[in-house]
Design a protein around this ligand. Structure first.
Ligand SMILES: Cc1cc2nc3c(=O)[nH]c(=O)nc-3n(C[C@H](O)[C@H](O)[C@H](O)COP(=O)(O)OP(=O)(O)OC[C@H]3O[C@@H](n4cnc5c(N)ncnc54)[C@H](O)[C@@H]3O)c2cc1C
Length: 352
């Protein structure tokens, strides 16, 4: 009989684990709280234009992710940095033009959007294998099995793999009493990458910045956005800029943030900049399925890939996955794949 693996969370880690374990002959069931897959990958559609409000880039040293993209026949294209970039030192200073040095690490984007990767990974799942709107509330032991309670249903499996970011997991899901205080403490002090960021995208009719010999990239120390980049699609048919909103606007309303971003677009690009056809944003600090609100201040990547996450729990029935548990590239998409490979290899070796 096939061994059954319950996977908690359908972000990149969860769907990759499901995809690989299914290929390896396991029965899988992925339980996701939202009514969509992807977690911190969020390719948003507005005015026929896709904008990455979550993960956007990968790099040539992301070997496992690149291998996966090749296997799924997913093509990549380089982030456009041709032309001058802009810099604003303060609100009152003149906007300066500069050339980004050629020796900068090139970042790549996924043709069709990062969500294209998820689409390919989830293609073979049946509705029984990938369950949306199933928020996990408790994990419990049950003899040789493990039980997972969502707010609506109970699931039983031979193994459970959580891909919920560790800090969120230990604060929102009831765990078996066998889980050590040490793990709870480390998880509570594990940084969830980009949980504080607010990303926005603005869609335009034309890539007007190219006519001004600008790359679309801009940086600001004090403005409403701190960074902005060209976000034109691979076919160069849809035009957008995508950026990061200044943390000082975290408590502002979305309408206020848009107003401030618009003013800065005018300062950077003139009338063309403020004449966008659509604005969209995602404030990740407001997302309770990523960000756990508390008073702990953590350094970026704190405790990512901690050795305790590499252990197995409940006598080999419970594993901690998810990008933040990866020894390599914790917090990034590459980390999700690296950690997924480790868990899959382990289960394949021990369940023969
Ligand atoms: C704004 C932003 C920009 C980023 N940019 C990049 C980039 O350019 N390059 C890069 O490599 N990485 C980037 N990242 C990081 C990248 O998105 C993550 O590394 C990756 O998506 C993590 O996947 P994951 O599946 O491990 O976690 P997540 O995507 O967080 O998935 C966890 C899943 O668990 C679900 N969940 C939570 N609680 C429960 C519950 N109780 N029950 C059931 N399900 C639950 C969530 O809804 C979510 O779907 C970025 C992230 C953000 C937010």
């Amino acid at each position: 009989m096939k061994k059954k693996v319950l996977i908690l969370g359908a972000g990149l880690s969860g769907v990759y684990l499901g995809y690989k374990l299914k290929q390896a002959g396991f029965e899988v069931q992925i339980l996701e709280a939202r009514n969509r897959v992807g977690g911190r990958i969020l390719t948003n559609h507005k005015s026929h234009t896709k904008v990455e409000l979550g993960a956007a880039w990968l790099w040539k040293y992301n070997e496992e992710l690149l291998k996966l993209c090749r296997a799924l026949e997913i093509s990549l294209f380089p982030q456009n940095m041709e032309g001058d970039a802009l810099f604003e030192a303060s609100h009152n200073s003149r906007i300066e033009r500069f050339r980004v040095p050629k020796n900068q690490e090139i970042s790549y984007r996924i043709s069709g959007g990062t969500a294209h990767l998820l689409k390919k990974l989830t293609m073979s799942f049946s509705p029984e294998e990938l369950l949306l709107s199933q928020k996990v509330a408790q994990i419990a032991t049950c003899g040789a099995f493990v039980k997972v309670f969502t707010e609506k249903l109970t699931f039983v499996g031979d193994f459970v793999i959580s891909t919920i970011p560790p800090q969120l997991l230990v604060n929102t899901v009831a765990l078996p009493s066998e889980i050590s205080q040490k793990l709870l403490k480390i998880a509570n002090n594990t940084h969830t990458w980009m949980q504080d960021s607010i990303k926005f995208g603005v869609v335009y009719k034309t890539p007007f910045w190219e006519e001004k010999n600008l790359s679309g990239a801009g940086f600001s120390s004090e403005g409403a956005f701190t960074e902005i980049y060209d976000h034109t699609d691979a076919q160069k048919k849809r035009f957008a800029l995508m950026g990061f909103v200044n943390q000082t606007l975290v408590n502002a309303t979305s309408t206020h943030r848009e107003k401030e971003v618009r003013k800065q677009l005018f300062r950077f690009f003139g009338k063309d900049g403020e004449d966008y056809i659509a604005y969209q944003e995602k404030a990740w600090p407001e997302d309770a399925l990523v960000h756990f609100k508390n008073t702990i201040t953590l350094k970026p990547h704190a405790n990512n890939g901690h050795p305790i996450y590499q252990e197995e729990f409940l006598e080999g029935k419970l594993f901690f996955g998810g990008s933040e548990t990866s020894k390599k590239y914790g917090g990034y998409m590459e980390g999700a794949i690296c950690r997924g490979n480790e868990i899959v290899d382990h289960l394949k070796n021990t369940s023969k």
